[in-house]
Design a protein around this ligand. Structure first.
Ligand SMILES: [Zn+2]
Length: 348
C-alpha cells in the first residue's frame, strides 16, 4: 500500500511510497483511510524539527488527524464494517505513570507516552491503517469528510474542561470568553464555546480573508489588533497563538478571578513585561494560567458529540484546500489563505 512517510530529524525526506500492509499488532480493526488533515506538527516533522520513527525503523508514517472507514472490525463487537472512525493519537507510557495508569495519558507525567504519526508509532497517512478498538472513535456519518476535524476539536474539549475544573475553586459564572488566534483550533474553540451559550470574542492579526466572517457567522465578535485594546476584561482566555506578546497581554488583560488557558506552543519572544509585574497582576486578581495539551478518550467522545452539533456549512469553510496524497508536497506547504488542508485518500 501507499503511505506518506518521513525520516524524522532529516528535512526534505517526505515521500509517498509503497510500504507493507499495516501490522496486525497495531490493532485488530482494519481501516481504509478516507482523509487525513495536516497541521503544523506534520509540517514541522517534515521539516526535520522533531518526530521519532518506531523502534528499529528509520521512517515514520505521518498523520495524526484521521478519518477512515472500517474494512474489517476483527474481534470487536462494538464496530461494524463501514463505520466511520477516527483514531486517538496518544498511547500510555510503558511504566505506566499514575495518570497513564488511569486512562489519562494526555496528562502523562514521565513523557514516555507514544503518539501516532509523531512519536514511535506510525500515523494515519496510509491507504490502510489498523487501530485497537479502545482507541477508535465512531463519528457521526452525517459529518462526512468534515469528521476529519475531530482531532483539533478534542484539544479544545480538553482545554475547556481544564478551564471549568479550575473555575470550580470559587463561585464562578463566566460570561465572556476570548480566543486568541483564528486558526483551526481557535475557530473550533469559538464554535464549541458558542454551543455553551457564552459570549465569545476572537482576536487575530488578519483583517481580511475568511476568518472575520467565520467568527461573525457563529454570533461571536471578531477583533484584530492588540488584546490590551479590547474594551472589556474577559473571564476566560483560550490562547491559541503561542506568541509571547499575546500571552503576556492575555495575562494582563484577563478579568479578576479569570483563567488563561494556553494551548499554543511557541518559542522565544521578547520579555515585554517584567515577570514580577505579570505575577503581581495574577496575585491581586486571583488569576490562573493553565497549560493544556492533547486529549484522552473522554475528550474524544465529547468532541465527537460536539462536532456533530456544529453547522456543516460553517465547518466546511474551515477546510480551505483538499489535496491528493501524491501531491503531499503541496499539502505540507503553508499558504497564506489556508485554514485547514485535508489529504483525501478515498471517496467518502
Ligand atoms: Zn504516563
Amino acid at each position: 500500500m501507499k503511505a506518506i512517510t518521513v525520516e524524522p530529524g532529516k528535512p526534505g525526506t517526505a515521500r509517498y511510497e509503497d510500504i507493507p500492509e499495516p501490522d496486525v499488532r497495531e490493532g485488530s480493526i482494519l481501516v481504509e483511510a478516507v482523509a487525513a488533515a495536516v497541521c503544523g506538527t506534520d509540517i514541522e516533522i517534515a521539516e526535520g524539527k522533531y518526530g521519532w520513527a518506531p523502534p528499529g525503523q528509520t521512517r515514520l508514517v505521518l498523520g495524526h488527524e484521521s478519518l477512515g472507514r472500517i474494512i474489517d472490525p476483527g474481534v470487536s463487537v462494538s464496530f461494524k464494517k463501514g463505520d466511520l472512525v477516527a483514531g486517538i493519537v496518544r498511547r500510555p507510557d510503558p511504566v505506566p505513570c499514575p495518570n497513564c495508569a488511569v486512562g489519562e495519558s494526555d496528562m502523562c507525567r514521565n513523557g514516555r507516552y507514544t503518539e501516532r504519526g509523531i512519536k514511535e508509532i506510525h500515523g494515519f497517512m496510509s491507504e490502510r491503517w489498523r487501530i485497537e478498538p479502545e482507541y477508535a472513535i465512531k463519528v457521526d456519518p452525517s459529518l462526512g469528510i468534515l469528521a476529519v476535524l475531530l482531532e483539533p476539536a478534542t484539544v479544545i474539549i480538553k482545554a475547556l474542561e481544564q478551564v471549568l475544573a479550575v473555575g470550580q475553586r470559587s463561585f464562578w459564572e463566566p460570561k465572556t470568553l476570548l480566543v486568541t488566534g483564528a486558526g483551526p483550533i481557535g475557530l473550533l474553540a469559538a464554535a464549541v464555546a458558542r454551543l455553551a451559550g457564552i459570549e465569545v470574542h476572537v482576536l487575530d492579526r488578519v483583517e481580511t480573508g475568511p476568518k472575520p466572517e467565520l467568527v461573525r457567522a457563529l454570533g461571536a465578535t471578531y477583533h484584530s489588533g492588540s488584546v490590551l485594546d479590547l474594551g472589556f476584561e474577559p473571564d476566560v482566555v483560550v490562547e491559541c497563538t503561542g506568541v509571547g506578546s499575546v500571552i503576556a497581554d492575555s495575562i494582563q488583560k484577563i478579568g479578576a478571578g479569570g483563567i488563561v488557558c494556553l494551548t499554543g506552543v511557541g518559542a522565544g519572544g521578547i520579555a515585554s513585561r517584567a515577570v514580577a509585574d505579570v505575577a503581581a497582576a495574577a496575585v491581586l486578581k486571583n488569576n490562573v494560567v493553565v497549560g493544556s495539551v492533547n486529549a484522552n478518550r473522554r475528550h474524544w467522545y465529547k468532541a465527537a458529540e460536539r462536532l456533530a452539533r456544529l453547522d456543516r456549512k460553517w465547518l466546511s469553510r474551515l477546510i480551505t484546500r483538499y489535496e491528493k496524497p501524491e501531491n503531499f508536497k503541496q499539502a505540507l506547504e503553508r499558504k497564506p489563505d489556508d485554514i485547514k488542508v485535508v489529504i483525501e485518500f478515498s471517496e467518502i
